[in-house]
Write a protein that binds this ligand. Structure first.
Ligand code: SF4
Length: 439
């Protein structure tokens, strides 16, 4: 039996997941020098939060079978606080885990294939286009890539040296996750080819070689990071003059690669809207989102679908495939009754929040209690302190608790930060103005 291990340092980890922003070739604004391993929690390495143990469960591609959905509902009830949090990488978090519950949780995860390798459980960070193979966009299913890359990661000893933040992004060609700042990004292309991007370098490989190429890229990153000696956890943290030599690594691995056919512009992420989408085969997938990114065990069970799987999106939503038209309509109505956001008109659509009080010791406010519904526009994210854990990508409205008991409102994004005046008593009005975009 494996005991739940304590975090390696007293530094609290980022309690939402690190934002997955970034653009191709992006480098950190100043050299990053790390003198410790990352403290990201996992399924075995629990973080001790103010409301108990916190476990983060890596779910490659956000994919869960119906049996695994039931297992997570049981885990939330038996070991946690009865809820499951959804992260900005399509992973799941259990909170409020009692002392001595780590072994039971690990056992449950092992028996439901949610932890194929204990040593690798924190490095299985893979986001994937959540509608791949379902709606006729992109170049089809990503399941073969997901399965192959996950198996390759778990089969190697050296991959355990990757940080718990190193991210693989698998895009079916529509560009939705290619802009999410993956350390290694694969983009499906026509004609059995794929693009692989690491830092500023993009190369073309055969689609069949793509998972092996992604693994080779991770290997090259570790070698580069070791040579740089700055303890980088992610590609964008590598110091200038220490770029990953992707072409050389692919050649060493015997993977044919060529230049990318066109300059590779990363499109802005396009989160799918709640509702139903029809696939080319006439089946429907239902898309819903939990209010403030958390579901109860009962809500989780309500998601289990006729297709045998559900998918968690990097935008804290769920995709449930396998319906006919009527079934999709009925399930949407049921999930709406269960408290999910089922359409863009919901006042909670686009509203997110970090953990805040009482779960996070750094929090200046109970942001989940204070969060207000709204009327659409830019996504809005409530943070209990300036760390802003798990905030959205692109332009967004930042509502952050301040030490004087109020909130500061700003529009943030690639174009920088724009603060809005927020006189006491006018918070809702300030947020509504900010959601309308930059002045
Ligand atoms: S209060 Fe601060 S540290 Fe805690 S979860 Fe929120 S943003 Fe992160």
């Amino acid at each position: 039996m494996l005991a739940a291990m304590p975090p390696p340092s007293s530094t609290p980890p980022n309690q939402g997941e690190p934002p997955i922003g970034g653009t191709p070739g992006e480098v950190a604004p100043s050299p990053v020098v790390r003198d410790r391993d990352d403290a990201c929690p996992g399924a075995l390495r629990l973080h001790t939060a103010d409301d108990g143990g916190l476990a983060r469960l890596r779910l490659p591609g956000g994919i869960l079978t119906n049996r695994q959905v039931e297992a997570l509902a049981v885990a939330a009830e038996r070991y946690g606080d009865g809820h499951l949090g959804i992260t900005s990488r399509g992973n799941a978090e259990l909170r409020g885990i009692g002392d001595h519950c780590g072994n039971g949780l690990a056992e449950l995860l092992r028996h439901t294939a949610l932890m194929p390798s204990e040593r690798h459980e924190r490095v299985r960070n893979i986001v994937a286009s959540p509608l791949a193979g379902l709606d006729g966009e992109g170049h089809g299913t990503l399941h073969p890539w997901l399965r192959a890359l996950d198996a390759l990661l778990c089969a190697q000893d050296w991959t355990t040296a990757l940080s718990g933040r190193f991210l693989f992004a698998l895009d079916d060609g529509r560009g939705d996750v290619a802009g999410l700042g993956g350390d290694v990004t694969l983009l499906s292309r026509d004609g059995g080819s794929a693009l692989i991007r690491v830092g500023a370098t993009t190369l073309r490989v055969a689609a069949a070689d793509a998972p092996r190429a992604a693994l080779a890229a991770a290997h090259a990153f570790l070698a580069t990071a070791n040579a740089a000696g700055t303890g980088a956890w992610r590609v964008r943290e590598l110091p200038p003059g220490h770029e990953v030599d992707l072409a050389a690594e692919l050649a060493r691995a015997g993977i044919p690669a060529g230049p990318a056919p066109t300059p590779d512009e990363a499109p802005a992420p396009v989160p799918p809207e709640p509702g139903a989408v029809r696939g080319p085969d006439g089946t429907y997938a239902v898309l819903v989102a939990p209010v403030l990114g958390r579901v109860s065990s009962g809500q989780l069970r309500a998601l289990a679908g006729p297709g045998g799987e559900i998918r968690i999106t990097p935008w804290r939503g769920f995709v449930v495939p396998g319906f006919d038209e009527r079934g999709a309509r009925e399930r949407l109505a049921e999930l709406g009754d269960a408290g999910f956001i089922t359409g863009p008109g919901s006042p909670w659509s686009g509203v997110g929040a970090c953990t805040g009080r009482p779960g996070c010791a750094k929090a200046l406010a109970d942001v989940r209690r204070d969060a207000l519904p709204g009327a659409g526009g830019l996504p809005v994210y409530w943070s209990g302190c300036e760390r802003r854990c798990g905030h959205p990508h692109g332009d967004w409205v930042d509502v952050t608790a301040t030490a004087d008991g109020h909130y500061a409102v700003a529009v943030r994004g690639d174009a920088g930060e724009h603060q809005l005046p927020c006189p006491q008593g006018e918070l809702a009005a300030a947020i509504a103005r900010a959601r309308g975009g930059r002045p």
